[in-house]
Design a protein around this ligand. Sequence first.
Ligand code: PHE
Length: 347
Amino acid sequence: MLKDLISQYIEEIRSANIEKFEDRAAEVEKFRVRFLGRKGVMNELFEQFKTLPNDQKKEMGIALNELKNAAMAKVEEFKNFVEEKMDVEDSHDLTLTADFSQRGSRHVLSVTMNEIAEIFARIGFTIEESVEIEDDWHLFSALNFPPDHPARDMQDTFFVQKEEGKMDVALRTHTSSVQVRVMETHKPPIRIIAPGRVFRNEAISARAHCIFHQVEGLYVDKKVTFADLKQTLLYFAKEMFGQDTQIRLRPSYFPFTEPSAEMDVSCNICGGKGCNICKGTGWLEILGCGMVDPNVLDACGIDSKEYTGFAFGMGVERMAMLKYQIRDLRLYFENDLRFLHQFDNII
Ligand code: PHE
């Protein structure tokens, strides 16, 4: 009889399934108390065992031992199960290393723009920002583009409003409009750079985009000369592309500067020997510049007899292309992570 009882219990223990428990931790404890507790099955059976005739004791002893081992093994198994489950369900291991795999980084254009701003900040240029939708006055007229002058066609413009009898309004085609806004509202000395987005109605290709970024520079004071312009730009080129960099200025034309120039830097890839980036010339064109045309100063309310100034404007995409050897403008705007992650460490 005792033997049957033992095998029944062993069967019950072996088939016990924790998955069916509702409150697992509590039910495991209940299970343990039922079999192994002071008033549990084991002790109760042991009391019965004591009353057995001696010749049955050996066999029953072995059976009881088997039952006890089965109960202990099961409790152990249940406890491990509960612990593992808790690890998975509410683990807060504060010693784990944080996972930075999804961390973002600055865009290469932001990094380049910040670098340009820092270089000019070191020689006293402050930052000005202004609107991206501009009127005709700030975009063209104040900058000495006469009405119907072919220079107005130099840039293909996205017009927001172009109606007979109304002021033309357009997405700004260059940051030179910020020169006008600053000169209209500030008295010299003025020493600013204006970084920002510009828009031109161009077909998108590896070398052209309808949205890009410029950094404009403007310095107006008494006795500012072309030599100041040249020295400022030489300082900038060396800081940006390395101390061995050389510059050269070629005569050019902009309606708002006189004289005007375009600046080249010695190719930082071949060191001036000639390569496919500089198309064999050893020089890379990086910006337009010149002395602020007296007409522009006067249009903005600054007396051109008392003050002179210089201005320059550069393309940020082009700077980054030269510095990091990026060959296609479209990469900047596609947000392909494989491209973006290459610049994680350049800040
Ligand atoms: N605004 C000119 C451009 O977009 C660049 C420039 C700025 C030239 C300032 C001279 C002075 O091409």
